[in-house]
Design a protein around this ligand. Structure first.
Ligand code: SF4
Length: 275
């Protein structure tokens, strides 16, 4: 006889959570269940500010004006950061108008619903799209801002799972496939914006949906096993490197392990166990 299994409903996952989980379930657990990750670098703050400035420029109902004071997190040079963010915002707006190629005269009339649009789909996945709109030709366009110091390639846009996720969520919520998915990259060094456009097919989004289902199920089953190797990524060690691989008493380490759910076991998962 199989014992009763009680599992409370986990919350919604996002694309970045899912990528983290795929890379290392243990890392995901540390970040989203134990909430051990507190790192928020200066670069991230800056990127967020640039995005907010762009949103404000697009959303005519938002009268906020950004000033140097908004950049006080940068203790050394708030003025320089503010100047740079303003330049990048200007460049981003020009790149957006570059979409005129696609008959896109309506940028001035975008409403708040088009900007930083939050979605929840299938009761398991959430996210937001920086910008979407339907142009005068009836084409559905999705835009994602990227504040970066490296170059993107055509390949990046073709294979970006993030853009696939947006196309998938858009199709689920609007009932149509977006005509184009775009990155507008804002280069922090050259202050230039570049526009990259791509498309997604039905197969792309079906594949992504399978991926979501699979990962969500694994999260539900608490398969938070650690990686066996590859904890040194291209940008250095995983921030939990010591905790996972250091001289931790094996007994303690074992007690931290979350075993995969066995259908013969009784498992009760409480809300507090989730992120
Ligand atoms: S140290 Fe390795 S196993 Fe541990 S969380 Fe980081 S990537 Fe995962």
């Amino acid at each position: 006889m199989t014992d009763k299994v009680v599992i409370s409903k986990p919350k919604l996952i996002s694309h970045s959570q899912m990528s983290k989980f795929e890379n290392c379930p243990r890392d995901w657990h540390y970040n989203y269940v134990e909430k051990l990750s507190t790192f928020k670098g200066k670069a991230l703050f800056f990127g967020n500010k640039v995005h907010s400035m762009l949103e404000t420029r697009l959303d005519k109902t938002d009268n906020k004006v950004y000033t140097v004071e908004d950049f006080q997190y940068d203790k050394q040079s708030p003025e320089a950061a503010y100047k740079k963010a303003t330049k990048l915002t200007d460049a981003g707006m020009s790149a957006l108008h570059g979409l005129d190629e696609l008959a896109f005269p309506g940028v001035e009339s975008l409403g708040p619903e088009n900007i930083e649009w939050e979605f929840e789909v299938l009761n398991m996945y959430r996210g937001f799209i920086d910008l979407w709109f339907i142009n005068t030709r009836g084409e559905h366009i999705i835009v994602d801002w990227k504040t970066t110091s490296s170059k993107y390639s055509k390949h990046d846009i073709k294979t970006s799972p993030q853009l696939t996720a947006y196309a998938w969520a858009y199709k689920l919520t609007h009932g149509v496939m977006p005509t184009a998915v775009c990155f507008i990259t804002l280069n922090k060094i050259s202050h230039k914006a570049s526009l990259y456009m791509g498309t997604r097919t039905k197969d792309d989004i079906d594949e992504y949906q399978d991926r979501v289902y699979k990962n969500y199920e694994k999260i539900l089953l608490k398969e938070h096993t650690r990686k066996e190797s590859g904890c040194n990524g291209p940008y250095g060690r995983c921030q939990f490197y010591g905790k996972c691989w250091g001289d931790i008493d094996p007994v303690i380490r074992e007690s931290q392990d979350v075993m995969p759910l066995d259908s013969k076991k009784t498992v009760t998962v409480n809300d507090k166990d989730w992120f």
